[in-house]
Design a protein. Structure first.
Length: 518
């Protein structure tokens, strides 16, 4: 808990996507407490947003439901779920380590590696991937249950694994899909190698898959229909584009800790021991090569379009390459511990050390220290960079002005608060937005993209911006400056003020201005 303590203060937890999930949790709470005219429609995003159909509801739905049923603080419940997901991922990794045959001590080491894993901590404190973190322990447990079902030849564990996998998909579909893709080469290896009687293997996997599909179908079928209707396509396949050399450099240099970029840092010792674990797993030639193939597949997807041509094809182009480093973290920890376990067995086999257990333990301790020293240091650096989000006082004043000087149905477009506007304007000002922060589920995603291009990069003309705003029904534009990042807002403000025939300044503070669309 000491590592996460900075996340528990301030107004809200940090993170790029945190506003999205706070908003969805809040809307779910409104729906359950009877404050929405249509509980299936979010009236605050995109002029009306089918939130439950557009985004898997389990994680944010639980936050909204718990805070509604028990009257607890929404943000407090959200923070509690974050901590629970983090602890759950650690526990699931330890449990899976035991399922693949690692001893208790080495399994606990795998858990420690997840505790201090930079990709996991960055998902918490930098990116705010709440639903990914909520889904990860469920999907990792599903993998462990699948392994147990195969090792014990008991279908019932496959049933339970399918339930966990389906629930993971209902928490975050991309996390389940990503690890599901990695299970394909895992399964092909087992089938070809014959590590399990093939009929047993096919029966267990078929039950696992069937149960998972049954669990996810009530949401998945409407989601697919909605996704096809919206027709969303990412501008860049996998969201990120970068040379493979950049991936290798960023993965090893701690200077990239805490930066809003991808490729992200992983850690030199973790990479080294994971590679040793892969080599040992392939040499082992029985069950472990499947784990190595699973991890290598996740790594291949983390390389983006330059390293994985599948990203050029739909629906793979809709994946987020950056999240795969988080998906990898538990499995990389397992491979690191496979390497440590292999070293421990090798030391026991050396005649010169067999009679000197103290020296053997010291050597093994040095090996473990070589693995965990850098991740521990990195985790401490991350802790120092963790900072909860504080609402700028001028933003609070501006949103109070909106609440008192505009009609409840007046729609707003905003820029400069990075993504916090998508939560703060509905939450504090109770005003709807013409945009949001889940374009994949919005029929107006193309028009919203035009507005973002103008706000972030100065693209387009003011006549075009005003026309798009009118088409979307926007009455007001909120422009803030340097409130979370110095994203492009001074240019937008200057361009709007140069066209008083299109935009009228209604209120201003030192760092925030509000305009009316004429």
């Amino acid at each position: 808990m000491g590592l996460l303590w900075p996340l528990l203060g301030g107004d809200f937890p940090p993170g790029v996507d945190t506003p999205t999930f706070l908003h969805l949790s809040w809307v779910t709470r409104l729906a359950l407490t009877g404050h929405l005219e249509n509980p299936l429609l979010d009236p605050y995003w995109y002029g009306g947003f089918r939130y439950l159909q557009s985004y898997p509801p389990l994680a944010y739905g639980l936050v909204g439901a718990i805070s509604a049923l028990w009257g607890d603080d929404l943000v407090g419940v959200y923070r509690g779920m974050l901590v629970l997901a983090y602890v759950g991922t650690v526990w699931a990794t330890v449990w899976v380590a035991r399922q693949i045959g690692l001893p208790r001590g080495t399994s606990l080491l795998a858990g420690l590696l997840v505790v201090v894993s930079y990709p996991v901590l960055a998902a918490l404190a930098l990116w705010g991937w709440f639903t990914t973190l909520a889904a990860l322990p469920l999907v990792v447990m599903a993998y462990g249950l699948l392994e147990r079902s195969l090792s014990e030849r008991q279908v019932r564990w496959g049933v339970l694994g399918g339930v966990c996998f389906g629930l993971g998909a209902l928490a975050h579909h991309m996390t389940a899909l990503g690890i599901g893709l990695a299970l394909v080469p895992w399964g092909v290896y087992h089938l070809v190698r014959g590590t399990i009687p093939r009929l047993t293997f096919l029966k267990v996997c078929a039950v696992f898959l069937a149960v998972a599909l049954v669990v996810v179908a009530p949401w998945g079928v409407p989601f697919l229909a909605h996704a096809l209707e919206v027709g969303f396509r990412r501008e860049m396949p996998g969201i990120w584009t970068f040379p493979l050399a950049t991936y290798a450099r960023h993965a090893l240099l701690p200077a990239y800790i805490g930066r809003f970029i991808y490729p992200a840092y992983i850690g030199a010792s973790v990479v080294f021991f994971a590679l040793v674990g892969v080599v040992y797993a392939l040499l082992e030639g029985r069950r472990l090569p499947a784990l190595a193939l699973l991890t290598l597949t996740l790594t291949a997807f983390s390389l983006g379009v330059e390293g994985n041509p599948l990203y050029r094809l739909y629906p793979f182009s809709g994946l987020d390459a950056a999240r795969f480093s988080v998906f990898m973290a538990p499995f990389v920890a397992l491979l690191c511990c496979v390497a440590v376990d292999a070293v421990a067995h090798s030391l026991e086999g050396w005649r010169v050390l067999r009679a000197r257990p103290v020296i053997r333990r010291m050597v093994l301790g040095l090996v473990v220290a070589a693995l965990v020293a850098l991740p521990l240091r990195d985790a401490w650096i991350v802790r120092g960079k963790m900072a909860p989000y504080q609402v700028d006082p001028q933003v609070h004043e501006a949103l109070t002005w909106l609440a008192h000087h505009t009609h409840p149905q007046d729609r707003v477009f905003s820029a400069g608060m990075w993504f916090w506007d998508t939560f703060l304007i509905p939450y504090l000002a109770q005003r709807p937005l013409v945009h949001g922060w889940h374009d994949e589920g919005a029929p107006t995603w193309r028009a919203v993209g035009v507005l973002r291009g103008a706000a972030w990069f100065g693209l387009g003309t003011m006549d075009g911006v005003a026309s798009t705003l009118r088409t979307l029904g926007a009455r007001y534009v909120v422009v803030a400056e340097s409130l979370f990042t110095p994203e492009a807002t001074p240019l937008l403000r200057e361009r709007m003020e140069s066209r008083p025939d299109l935009f009228t300044l209604q209120a201003q503070w030192e760092r925030v201005r509000i305009y009316q669309v004429r």
